[in-house]
Design a protein around this ligand. Structure first.
Ligand SMILES: CC(=O)N[C@@H](CC(=O)O)C(=O)O
Ligand SMILES: [Zn+2]
Length: 313
């Protein structure tokens, strides 16, 4: 009999994967996964099989984000069912291979949890990225990790936006978890960022072990930042960028941005202010990889999500 009445029953998380190199120039994940492929003692837990895996080896080899197309946008139904074999873009072929090994996406055979390790050039600190506000297992995991790493902090970014959501590598799993740690330049390893990522993974795996051992997690609330909008750089008629992130905004990820606050600074020194209707929390501010995506930052809103009590089936 459950001590919390109506716990949501979740199947045991026996198969877990840790992805590194989804973007080949994000060095913490690449390095940790390579390390764990040599010796996985650190990531093994009772009742769990944890598989470290380099998702985009060609991009890692070249130390570039991708070769043909962004792997972390490639897991669409169209791509996963595309025919064409060797003629398909490299990352589409790779997405199909990954879907075979860890999926199929959306099926009962899919891996239980996939952690996908990323770095950002933005000053975001430790960020966990979720794709659903209804995944009580993941929400409980977020609550566990936040408590375990206190007084250090890690924030949760929720990307459930119908238009801005994308088809990630981790979306193959039943419980997809992105881990984004920064600031770290592309192609660079920083020890503080590397260690922060490693600690989050440790607590995440501890949570899974406790859950599999039958621990019941009581209801809780989790503070998240929900993706609202993508903000592009100001551009001229030829689509060329005419302003930079304003110095008052640069490195201020997760800090409130109010209507009228400085947002961009033009090359001739003019300030462009935020014109929204209310306070938002910007993140991915000046992310290097997002220039090609016409994105200067993402706005979010703070929200408290309720996680039901959970217990294994
Ligand atoms: C900087 C970077 O690569 N960020 C990731 C975020 C995520 O994993 O959802 C991406 O755009 O794919
Ligand atoms: Zn990335």
């Amino acid at each position: 009999m459950s001590s919390y009445g109506n716990s949501v029953r979740v199947t045991e998380a026996r198969r877990v994967a840790i992805f590194g190199g989804t973007h080949g120039n994000e060095m913490s994940g690449v390095t940790l996964v390579n390390l764990w492929m040599k010796n996985s003692a650190e990531i093994q837990r009772k009742r769990v099989e944890t598989k470290p895996f380099i998702t985009n080896p060609k991009a890692v080899e070249k130390c570039t984000r991708y070769v043909d197309t962004d792997l972390n946008r490639a897991f669409t139904p169209e791509n996963l069912s595309a025919t064409g074999g060797d003629d398909l873009p490299y990352e589409v072929q790779r997405a199909q291979e990954i879907n075979k090994i860890f999926g199929p996406k959306g099926s009962p055979e899919a891996y239980d949890v996939i952690f996908d390790l990323h770095n950002t050039t933005s000053n975001m600190g430790c960020t966990l990225i979720l794709e659903s506000s209804k995944d009580h297992f993941n929400l409980q995991m977020m609550n566990y990790i936040k408590k375990a790493i206190a007084p250090a902090s890690c924030l949760v970014l929720l990307n459930e936006h119908p238009l801005l959501k994308y088809s990630t590598s981790r979306s193959v799993a039943k419980h997809p978890v992105g881990l984004e740690v920064g600031p770290q330049p592309q192609g660079v390893l920083r020890s503080n960022i590397f260690e922060a990522m490693r600690v989050i993974l440790k607590h995440a795996l501890d949570f899974i072990e406790l859950f599999n051992e039958g621990m019941e997690f009581p209801p809780c609330t989790v503070q998240v930042f929900r993706v609202l909008e993508r903000i592009d750089y100001p551009r001229d008629a030829n689509r060329n960028i005419i302003a930079m992130v304003h110095p008052n905004l640069q490195d201020c990820d997760w800090e409130p941005l109010n209507p009228g606050d400085p947002m961009f600074q033009t090359f001739d020194g003019k300030t462009i202010r935020y014109q929204g209707t209310g306070t938002v929390y910007p993140t991915f501010i000046n992310e290097a990889a997002y220039y090609e995506k016409q994105q200067a930052f993402t706005t979010t809103r703070r929200e408290a999500l309720v996680a039901s009590a959970i217990r294994k089936v």
